[in-house]
Design a protein around this ligand. Structure first.
Ligand SMILES: *Cc1c(COP(=O)(O)O)cnc(C)c1O
Length: 372
């Protein structure tokens, strides 16, 4: 990472603007250097993915094309308790089009113990409201519960009701072995600073299915989305690049892309399938240890079936918020970094790229020692 950034700083110092063409990694086509890595990360064709902007910005841009509400079909379906940015995003999109979130934002409540959502519940809500739903925006992995969803099934259910489907893969990319192309969804977006380790505010990812590659969809355009073969004629008429590239607005921030390039090389070297196989064993070990040794202290909210979760287990601390905070802060103090969710949940996510079975044993011993 450090070296990749230094290369860009040196080329910038030596070549200035000429590094667009003569840099060791020329800036002009730089986003192509992450294309293969992105495609294999999320199971897409190379032309279906692009690195650009940030996650929320990408969802807004893609919704310009794929959320086209009409009076008969104005609604968006999301999960109840969605990540705040996603909720703000869909609410503002609904208002922007002149509709009312009070009636046109449908939030599906959990129907399972632990706050997870069954496929049957998704089928029911689509059966009831599907004719009014323009877009289903669904997480790959729900951030609070750690539940992973079968993307292909969600697409199938939504399509049966004529809805568009997009996925927020903030907690899915780099965590699950995704098959975005095969899922048949219209679009997806994700960030790279969570499971992909590409640094704070790293450039995000976007996916547009091949079926839309040539379509003349409404979109917010910018020059970097223009066909590169004629971009620099600087003509007045926008000619989109086919595929996901056609949604780009601006020339990308090279200093933020360089760490992503390195991160995707590491993921390619390790292989998403192998990482996922290790991940299932790691999280399975954590689950087994919590169940057998920490059951009085920690309740697992995340589904038990490996296919219905990624790395993360959401653990409710017995005894309420104050006790939960005390445990969380103790763990942090001794260098075990999880994540706190109000009012009483600790998320622990052993990741296969750098966590070990020993790390999990250390966590278990630490909770036992704290409990006394
Ligand atoms: C992390 C996360 C975000 C953050 O959005 P940014 O635009 O990258 O700041 C949005 N949605 C979900 C579900 C997330 O987990």
């Amino acid at each position: 990472m450090r070296e990749a950034l230094l290369i860009e700083l040196e080329d910038w110092a030596k070549l200035g603007v000429e590094a667009h063409f003569r840099g060791r990694h020329p800036w002009m086509p730089y986003h192509n250097e992450v294309r293969e890595g992105l495609a294999s990360l999320v199971g897409a064709l190379p032309s279906e993915v692009v690195a650009m902007n940030s996650l929320t910005a990408n969802l807004h841009l893609l919704m310009v094309s794929f959320y086209r509400p009409t009076p008969a079909r104005p609604a968006i379906l999301i999960e109840a308790g969605a990540f705040p940015s996603d909720r703000y995003l869909v609410e503002s999109q609904i208002r922007f089009h002149g509709y009312d979130p009070a009636t046109d934002l449908i939030e599906l409540e959990p129907d399972e113990a632990g706050g997870t959502i069954s496929l049957a519940a998704i089928e029911r809500v689509l059966g009831e409201h599907g004719h009014r739903i323009a877009l289903v925006l669904w997480p790959g992995v729900q951030y609070r519960t750690g539940q992973a969803f079968e993307l292909e099934e969600i697409v199938r259910l939504a399509r049966a009701q004529g809805c568009n489907v997009g996925f927020d893969l903030a907690h899915g990319a780099g965590n699950l072995a995704l098959q975005l192309h095969d899922s048949g969804c219209d679009f997806a977006a994700w960030c790279h600073y969570k499971y992909c380790n590409a640094g704070p505010g790293a450039v995000a990812g976007a996916f547009v299915h091949e079926q839309h590659a040539q379509a003349e969809l409404p979109r917010f355009a910018g020059w970097w989305g223009h066909d590169p073969s004629t971009r620099f004629r600087m003509g007045p008429h926008f000619q989109p690049t086919p595929g996901a590239d056609g949604w780009q607005l601006s020339n990308p921030p090279i200093l933020a892309l360089a760490p992503l390039r390195v991160s995707l090389e590491l993921f390619a070297e390790a292989g998403m399938d192998r990482l996922r196989a290790k991940s299932e064993r790691l999280t399975g070990f954590l689950e087994q240890q919590v169940r057998t040794r920490l059951a009085e202290t920690l309740e697992i909210l995340t589904p038990a079936e490996p296919a219905r979760r990624g790395c993360q287990l959401s653990l409710r601390v017995a005894g309420g918020r104050a006790r939960g905070r005390a445990l969380f802060e103790h763990l942090e103090h001794i260098g075990i970094v999880g994540d706190w969710r109000e009012p009483d949940v600790i998320r622990i996510s052993p990741v296969p790229l750098y966590n070990t079975f020993e790390d999990i044993a250390r966590f278990v011993l630490a909770v036992e020692a704290w409990r006394g």
